[in-house]
Design a protein around this ligand. Structure first.
Ligand SMILES: *Cc1c(COP(=O)(O)O)cnc(C)c1O
Length: 385
């Protein structure tokens, strides 16, 4: 078969982004500027969020939310084992403890039935991650949080364009945090956004992300005159990133259509394939995915061959990835810190060890999906692996 060059992900930056960045660089304002404010307004409009606060990254955004909630030593946050380390790091950096809960097999999302037993008198919040863009069933999380008087943070790093009951993810809990890292749905190189319903919380986060100072650059009548109200960080989004975000957000609807079309085509081609299971991506009025990638879960018997299978796909020009390489409690830093119990996170481990993430991004078309499905059939049929 012909060799193609199909990257797992590629930033979709073109002339519009180039000229928008050029305009910012030609002007005097690089931070504290109108572009970040405009991006926030447009993002709030897209998600229908009452408040949107631009930040330096998703990790920074989560750290700000936990800090604004006043989390610290002695507090606990329930968090899925199947996620990016950042989800747990943002908790631990406040001094609070990340309490991991296993994934469910069907979606890779947090196993909702196992959350209650992880809640203790020290628990302050539940954090969920919409794994691969598949939304967590938020009404169930909201009910649990209400019952135990807990806050909810939604890590939406892979879920821009995902909805639960037609409401964008990030608005079901108390805060939703997005990532604009290059491989995500849209990119600002590095960047993130926090969306919220509570105006006071938004105000605190705005203070915390800029040294706790009481007035922004634009609000200062006399340059250099300001006061600091609280101990804060510097987690702002700069104007170059913001202008990228504005252009990218305009393109997002077409990106999402392409992702869905690619996923559906590939799923139809691979359905019924022996030795593997396709993690489903729902698209109905209750749960609507953002189609981050296709998770192909290999049969137990093929798990030891995963690296070889990925190499063979790469040899046919197909880039793949793994989300995520370990359940977070199996990552060195957490294994050292807390007792790692293999049985407790067996589903997350099964997914981490057995999944191959296939590309369906907007840089690819149906012909690419055809190539991927043909390659997978050949590679998996090759019993020599
Ligand atoms: C990528 C990712 C992050 C980190 O995002 P940054 O913007 O790089 O900080 C956090 N959580 C999840 C689930 C991710 O996939």
């Amino acid at each position: 078969m012909p060799i193609k060059n199909i990257a797992f992900a590629r930033p979709m930056l073109g002339d519009e982004e180039q000229s928008a960045v050029h305009d910012v660089l030609s002007g005097p304002i690089l931070v504290h500027g109108p572009k970040a404010t405009e991006f926030e307004a447009r993002f709030a409009n897209f998600t229908n969020a009452p408040e949107a606060v631009s930040v330096a990254s998703c990790t920074a955004g989560m750290h700000l939310v936990y800090t604004a909630w006043g989390l610290g030593p002695g507090d606990e946050v329930v968090v899925p084992a199947q996620t990016h380390v950042a989800t747990a790091h943002a908790i631990e950096f406040t001094g609070a403890k990340a309490v991991f809960v296993d994934a469910e097999m069907e979606t890779g999302n947090i196993d909702i039935d196992k959350i209650a037993s992880a809640i203790t008198p020290r628990t302050k919040a539940i954090t969920v991650v919409h794994y691969l863009g598949v939304p967590v069933d938020m009404p169930q999380i909201v009910a649990l949080a209400q019952k135990h008087d807990l806050r909810i943070l939604e890590d939406c790093a892979l879920a821009l364009g995902a909805y639960v009951d037609k409401k964008h993810v990030g608005l079901h809990g108390d805060a939703g945090v997005f990532s604009f890292y290059p491989v995500k749905h849209i990119t600002t190189a590095e960047g993130g956004m926090v969306i919220l319903k509570n105006r006071d919380l938004a105000k605190t986060i705005r203070l915390l992300k800029a040294f706790g100072v009481d007035r922004t650059h634009q609000e200062r009548t006399t340059p250099g005159v300001y006061d600091s109200l609280m101990v804060g960080l510097n987690y702002r989004m700069n104007e170059i990133a913001a202008v990228l975000g504005i252009v990218q957000l305009r393109k997002l609807p077409s990106f999402l259509v392409r992702r869905k079309d690619n996923y559906e085509y590939l799923r139809n081609q691979l359905e019924g394939l022996p030795d593997s299971f396709i993690l489903p991506q729902p698209s109905d009025d209750h749960l609507r995915s953002s189609y981050y990638c296709m998770g192909l879960l290999l049969d137990e018997s093929l798990v030891p061959s995963r690296a070889v299978i990925r190499e063979q796909l790469q040899a046919k020009g197909i880039g793949t990835s793994i989300y995520y390489p370990h359940p977070v409690p199996r990552m060195h830093v957490y294994k050292e810190k807390y007792d790692y119990n293999e049985d407790q996170y067996s589903v997350a481990a099964r997914i981490s060890d057995g999944v191959i993430c296939l590309p369906i991004g907007p840089h690819l078309d149906i012909a690419d999906m055809e190539h991927i499905s043909a390659a997978i059939k050949i590679v998996l049929a090759n019993k020599a692996i």
